[in-house]
Design a protein around this ligand. Sequence first.
Ligand code: IFM
Length: 498
Amino acid sequence: MTIRKTFPVIFAAAALASCSSDDAVKDDGPSEVTFPEDFMWGSATAAFQVEKGLGNTDWGIWVKTPGKILNGDDPDVGGPDALANIDADVAVLKAANQNTYRFSIDWARVYPTRDAFDSDQPDADALAAYDKLFAALRAAAIRPLVTMQHFTLPDWLSDPRAPEEPQGWERPETVPAFEKWCQRVAARWAGEVDWWVTINEPLVAPLAGYVQGSFPPGLVLKIDRALEVGRQEVLGHAKCYDAIKAADTIDADGDGKASWVGIVQHQRAVEPELPDEPADVAAAERVRYLNNLWFINAVVRGDWDDDFDGNLDGPKDRKADPALANRSDYLGINYYSALTASARGLVLPVIDASIRLDRLDTDRPKTDFQWDIYPEGLRVILEEVRPYNLPIIITENGIADSADRNRARYVLEHLFQLGLAREAGLDIRGYMYWSLLDNFEWAHGYCPRFGLHTVDRATAARTARPSTAVYANAAKTNKVTRAEIDALPPYGDPTYCE
Ligand code: IFM
């Protein structure tokens, strides 16, 4: 596979979108932004990051493999143990004025073995635990936003001990099995849930798992396999969408629609490492297309760019495929930061660029995770998705900040940009802070602290960090003012997490 050296039209459109929003964010703008009464204010978690006892997943195997997780951290030791602390979590959500909770239901917890899945014998304890969570949320009038797959897969579909064999989404049985999983979850909890996510960040797992090697199956620079994972996830998403639509016919929240089903993408504000270097500018356009637009084009427009080259003229490409198009009722956007792309360094095949996510050579303040703090970038990536004309939920946005020194400013500045985006006509329905709790940050273990709440490693007690009150006030008043932001201390040095 080769990537075109010319500048395809599809890239050019994205570049225009980001330029115009760049101008907009430089405006002095209003002194406050407001949000509607029915705005979804919430925070997010994912099963493997906050639950215990998921050793029967690919990640469960991965974390037991020496050297894979920073400091040898283990989600079964000293984590939030969320299913044993449901009341505590719902109480802290409520105390922070949140009306929405995004979490995932873990496939391997509900169906611990292939036999259990094939014979549709779900684990009774797992069902009871999730039933209890739904009941507690309902009692607190907190809307669930449920993710069907957040990185982990059952070990009977994905086994990192055999990385040379096809794993997870590469296996032919995974897409049909995922379709069944979605159908069963949606049927069981149709009366509780209206807002669904199919797959969390479908392009992060293949990049980390097949290019970078930090996620299972732990391969490095296996680009063709990574791209195949991305393709299969598009197919899996579309099948899951249809399955949920058929299974969830109950309008649980009375808004006139039984289900809202969306994809969640991890979008970065993509920038050339050297803005005056045309090859870097072209590299940034390719990365922007591949990371931010390729998947959405497939599931919203049905445009299947099989060879990832930015055009639909390849032998396997398809335009407006009815089996893929219109499969996202809203766009779930996870936004944290920028990335830089360059035509130098470790240039990845097909992508034809090298990519840097952390320690960027910019003047921006950094988080404990070495990511740039770049609130204006939120508008940049929101403008990129304006052409899809869909409702948007910020399904994740947050900061690793163990000292809680920068979190309040980070949240309010991002909310301000979100408010500006609403005023500029984008249909933004909600904001989920990542994360409700300090939790297991994948290969980085417990080191990065994203939580609104700390979790005592011995007792699992939750304690709100001071910044939680700032977020809670925005949720209560549906408003963020410049004066509030100006009253906060400037960004301070992070406590790097290594
Ligand atoms: O913790 C992750 C989450 O699982 C997916 N989105 C990014 C977060 C922070 O890295």
